[in-house]
Write a protein that binds this ligand. Structure first.
Ligand SMILES: [Zn+2]
Length: 336
């Protein structure tokens, strides 16, 4: 094993252990620290970027206001399966969402939801939308955590669906190290899909009439992915972005991880700006006002704009707000 690979494996294991420890309520490894002049500079910058924009107030409130960030609730209510654009549907639950992208040659899912919900929720939701789960040709994973890959093995086993993520996140799903202790051995690990397609930045994913641009955004995991792809709204096509590795609670991430994440956001925004991403979608939509936007979408009158189209300027601002809030957290840690 190369040094790099060993390092990635070890850091993956640490992340997993940290995640498990956190989700079991054994306390966060990086408890909150008080503000200081440097951190306040960043929260002020975030507030300025957000201004009076209601859409931008959501990420500001979630990430910059102390105590507001939280993990997703895995038992959040299931979504009423929903068409967002002509070629984008949302299923899963309201806090861990799976996107369904039908193409001329079959269906692509972004993420696969939870393993224990695949038969009872995910597949019936697809059927309710009129899709045959057999037509799910690919599942692309935003990152290698079980709330995203959980349902994918079922699709692989039952429908021959191909599963794709980055090499580093495949490794995250397959920690080569044996369980570190008795307690870890006791838990039932989620069933990972068999190793399949390796996605990487610079290699667009294509199926039929759909092309997805993957962007590598390490930080939450060794190599999470963002996906940029066209959405059709009547005769108009626009580009949407899903940032598939959002850190929700920074208190489980090392300071190095947060710094890498800030760089990943900047890297992603370079590409999102060049490509003019105008549509905002999220796999953990708990900081982007998705519930309100779903209500707006349902009540939309002809001629009114789809509330998921936020425009390139606000899309970039949203992620700049988040970046400033994360930089504030780094500054809090570094002064103490
Ligand atoms: Zn995750």
């Amino acid at each position: 094993m190369s040094k790099l690979k060993a390092l990635i494996s070890v850091s993956s294991l640490i992340l997993c252990v940290a995640f498990v420890a956190f989700s079991q309520g054994r306390g966060a490894p990086f408890p909150p620290k008080p503000d200081n002049p440097q951190s306040l500079k960043h929260t002020d910058a975030a507030r300025k970027i957000a201004g009076t924009d209601q859409f931008l107030a959501k990420p500001y409130d979630f990430y910059c206001v102390a105590g507001h960030a939280r993990a997703q609730n895995n038992n959040a209510p299931d979504l009423e399966p929903l068409k967002i654009f002509d070629n984008v549907y949302a299923i899963g639950n309201s806090e861990t969402t799976v996107y369904v992208l039908p193409t001329s040659e079959g269906i692509v899912l972004i993420d696969a939801g939870f393993e224990n919900k695949v038969e009872t929720v995910t597949v019936p939701q697809l059927q309710k939308l009129g899709f045959d789960p057999k037509n799910v040709k690919y599942i692309l994973l935003g990152h290698g955590h079980a709330d995203h890959f959980g349902g994918s093995k079922y699709f692989q086993d039952h429908y021959g669906t191909r599963i794709g993520t980055t090499a580093a996140d495949w490794d995250l799903m397959y920690p080569p190290n044996p369980p570190a202790n008795q307690e870890e051995k006791k838990g039932t690990p989620p069933q990972q899909p068999r190793k399949d397609l390796v996605l990487s930045e610079g290699q667009p994913f294509k199926l039929g009439d759909l092309t997805i641009t993957p962007v590598t955004i390490p930080g939450h995991t060794p190599s999470s992915l963002a996906f940029i792809f066209p959405v059709k709204n009547g005769s108009k096509t626009r580009l949407a972005g899903i940032f598939g590795g959002a850190i929700l609670t920074s208190n489980i991430i090392t300071t190095e991880g947060l710094k890498q994440y800030v760089q990943s956001i900047a890297h992603y925004l370079d590409i999102a700006k060049k490509m003019k991403v105008e549509v905002e979608l999220q796999n953990h939509p708990i900081f982007d006002g998705m519930p309100e936007r779903i209500e707006k979408l349902k009540a939309l009158r002809p001629g009114e704009p789809n509330p998921f189209i936020v425009g390139t300027d606000r899309y970039l601002k949203m992620w700049n707000v988040i970046s400033e809030c994360v930089q504030a957290e780094i500054a809090r840690r570094e002064s103490s």
